[in-house]
Design a protein around this ligand. Structure first.
Ligand SMILES: [Zn+2]
Length: 141
């Protein structure tokens, strides 16, 4: 949590420098296109896709075709400071991984790489036994 707050502070502090034409309030990174390349497997992914995930390091967003690919990328590269977001499976809105509830169900969630992970903003909307991001990463190792 402290690391997350620290990275948010750094991110917010750096944003105005990186984006001089924008206001400081524009913290949401914008994708160059609606379809991006997954930073883990190289597959195309729709930014608005239900299972698409995003990590931001030093203001640079990287996208993933599958929430499981985001977890695999973090395990592989061990980034020190980052923010990561996923889509709420019900509303489609971006939510921070630290606030999301994750469910693994390969039958219910046919995600692009077959990890079968969906994210939920509210615990009550998540089926089965939802877990936090740390537990998800351990479960997918
Ligand atoms: Zn991928």
């Amino acid at each position: 949590m402290i690391r997350h707050l620290l990275s948010m502070t750094i991110l917010l502090g750096v944003m105005p420098c990186l984006l001089p034409a924008r206001t400081a309030a524009a913290a949401e990174p914008t994708a160059p296109e609606s379809v991006v390349k997954c930073a883990e497997c190289g597959m195309s992914a729709e930014v608005a896709g239900r299972f698409t995930a995003r990590i931001v390091q030093r203001g640079n967003p990287l996208y993933f075709c599958d929430i499981g690919d985001l977890a695999a990328f973090i395990e592989r590269t061990q980034p020190k400071e980052y923010t990561a977001s996923v889509h709420d499976a019900l509303s489609g809105e971006w939510i921070d991984v630290s606030e999301a509830f994750f469910v693994i169900d390969k039958k219910k969630f046919a995600s692009p790489m077959g990890w079968g992970v969906a994210a939920f903003k509210d615990r009550t909307g998540a089926p089965g036994s939802p877990m936090n991001f740390e537990s998800l990463r351990k479960a997918l190792r």
